[in-house]
Design a protein around this ligand. Structure first.
Ligand code: ATP
Length: 248
């Protein structure tokens, strides 16, 4: 479904992605694991095309020079030159790190904003689906985003991304700062979304352990480079990987 080859991203002279190649097949959940600053968000910005917006903004403000190289094929087409809005329309939807919901809007308004590209029928069906996956949100429809807990905000961020009708959902560190219980709820919901909606998912996390049970395949990023990859079982059965990356 998506294949990225030789991705390189420089922030000025700082190499944030170093020749990264990853792929996500139809109906797969692919994990990308790495420590702070490994390049996870940069990778998500590059796949979603947001990096182009960041690059232009910096250029116009006379800020840092950002260079992006490599190829991304999505559903058989090269999309590296495609704007992020076009990529979103084609089904690549980013749920960014640290939630980024509209804090002054209520839950329902946040979800409706997410569905602005959807047809009225799609928006209605998806709203029902979001409330099925996250029943807590249905009860909180009128609650202002900024007053939600971290876990509720993350549910809302994923719900809003679903409203945009993704075929490939990019989840950037959805578990960051959440309680173990909330992490279990979100990991379960992520799997449910793939199983029920057939959405392919790339999920990044600093700690692989909570997410590993649901991924089909995973990549490990270190200092901007993909240093290791394999199926869940291959990674789990490698003793060095287990102790170094999964804490088990
Ligand atoms: P985290 O878990 O902290 O979010 P990450 O794996 O998502 O980390 P990135 O945010 O992609 O990592 O950052 C990769 C590297 O690029 C880091 O060294 C970071 O400091 C640097 N970096 C990220 N954004 C910029 C920027 N706009 N300008 C300069 N350097 C940046």
């Amino acid at each position: 479904m998506l294949e990225a080859n030789g991705l390189m991203v420089f922030y000025e002279n700082m190499l944030a992605l170093n020749n990264v190649s990853i792929r996500c097949d139809e109906n797969q959940i692919v994990g990308v694991f790495g420590a702070n600053s490994a390049g996870k968000s940069t990778l998500m910005y590059t796949l979603s095309g947001i990096i182009e917006d960041i690059r232009k903004k910096e250029e116009m403000a006379g800020g840092e020079r950002i260079s992006v190289l490599g190829n991304i094929t999505y559903l058989g087409n090269e999309i590296m030159g495609l704007k992020p809005s076009k990529r979103a329309k084609n089904g690549i939807v980013l749920c960014p790190e640290r939630r980024r919901i509209f804090k002054e809007c209520n839950v329902l308004e946040n979800l409706r904003i997410g569905g602005y590209l959807a047809t009225p029928a799609q928006a209605k069906d998806t709203l029902e689906y979001v409330f099925k996956v996250f029943p807590a949100l249905e009860k909180l429809q009128k609650r202002i985003g900024g007053f939600l807990s971290g876990g509720e905000q993350q549910m809302l961020a994923i719900g809003r991304a679903l409203m945009a009708q993704p075929k490939l959902l990019l989840l950037d560190e959805p578990l960051l700062g959440l309680s173990p219980l909330m992490q279990v709820v979100l990991v379960r919901a992520t799997k449910e979304i793939r199983d029920e909606k057939g959405v392919s998912i790339i999920i990044t996390e600093q700690y692989a352990r909570p997410v590993l049970p649901i991924v089909d395949y995973a990549f490990i990023l270190e200092n901007g480079a993909a240093v290791l990859e394999g199926t869940r079982d291959e990674l789990m059965n490698n003793p060095d990987v287990r102790s170094a990356y999964f804490g088990i």
